[in-house]
Design a protein around this ligand. Structure first.
Ligand SMILES: C[S@@+](CC[C@H](N)C(=O)[O-])C[C@H]1O[C@@H](n2cnc3c(N)ncnc32)[C@H](O)[C@@H]1O
Length: 290
């Protein structure tokens, strides 16, 4: 029997619906979706249109704009976020972590201080797990210290993958071999799971960077990489002072390769390497990179 015929013209997004949905994505999550992304938005939301039982995009817009559409709005944002991530992405940051940050963290733990690291926009978990592997392999004694890595993301679906900590053989090729042998375990077929030593360092929470940040305390380092690239410069500008407030006086912040702290916020930070910054005033003059 042939499947019932579908009115495919209803699945085509009209300009007004695109304008409504892109304004909503901006207001909810900071995502900038110019007209050139209309085809991408349409293809990512087609499944949501069907799953939510809406006959066409104008009806879908009414749903996600209504108070009853709260859950579908979350699903819509989840569908519109780009979650690409890799283990040890932009590996130069992990070199800095190993060579410069770890010795400082060790000094702090020996002075009885706790260590907190935040992966903001952690996607499917490769970033916080890479941080954990890097720290433990550089300084195994950190395993017994008060060390936590917080991974947050706006997308609850991707956080479930992060919690599962299970990746394909292809995905784990980015982990240096010695670390792969030490910190990953077979999980059946072509799947590998992050082992307990690293998993126990990492906690995941849903968090929208545009809203309140409920965590108390400050972070020794924040990784917010390949996230603000989806925001406009005004939205980015609101984040830099907030990140500064959440960093310890000598804290580090790492951004993605095409992201920069805006000029207005630069007095709060000092460039310390490729898209790596420290809180202003914490870098000895000899170590500055302008
Ligand atoms: C391209 S991934 C980057 C993952 C990782 N940081 C990396 O560099 O590999 C961007 C992540 O930012 C998240 N994101 C987008 N807008 C966000 C927001 N307003 N608040 C929190 N996370 C957001 C997305 O859900 C996505 O998982």
């Amino acid at each position: 029997m042939s499947p019932p015929s579908q009115d495919t013209s209803a699945m085509v997004m009209d300009d007004k619906s695109f304008a409504t949905l892109s304004a909503l994505a901006k207001a909810e999550a900071g995502l900038v979706l110019p007209v050139g992304k209309m085809t991408m938005v349409q293809s990512r939301l087609r499944k949501r249109l069907i799953a939510s039982g809406q006959p066409d995009y104008p009806s879908y817009c009414r749903l996600v704009s209504s108070p009853e559409g709260l859950e579908e709005r979350r699903q819509m944002i989840s569908a519109l976020t780009t979650n690409v991530s890799h283990f040890f992405r932009e590996s130069h940051h992990f070199d800095i972590l190993r060579d410069k940050v770890v010795p400082e963290l060790l000094r702090k733990t020996r002075a009885g201080q706790k260590i907190r690291i935040w992966s903001a926009g952690c996607s499917s978990g490769q970033e916080p797990y890479s941080i954990g592997m890097c720290l433990l392999s550089a300084a195994p004694e950190l395993a017994s210290k008060d060390l936590l890595i917080l991974g947050t993301d706006i997308d609850p679906a991707i956080l479930e993958k992060a919690e599962a900590a299970t990746y394909s053989g292809q995905q784990v090729t980015g982990i240096p071999e010695a670390m792969r042998k030490t910190y990953m375990e077979p999980a059946g077929g072509d799947q590998y799971r992050v082992g307990p030593a690293v998993r126990k360092l990492v906690r995941f929470r849903e968090l929208n960077l545009l809203r309140d940040w409920p965590m108390k305390g400050q972070f020794d380092a924040i990784f917010c990489r390949n996230v603000v690239i989806y925001f406009d410069s005004d939205t980015q500008a609101t984040l830099w002072p907030r990140f500064r407030q959440r960093l310890t006086g000598d804290g580090w912040i790492f951004l993605g390769h095409s992201e920069r702290i805006s000029d207005a916020a630069l007095p709060l930070f000092e460039p310390t390497g490729m898209t790596a910054y420290r809180v202003a005033g914490s870098v000895p003059p000899t170590a500055r990179k302008d």
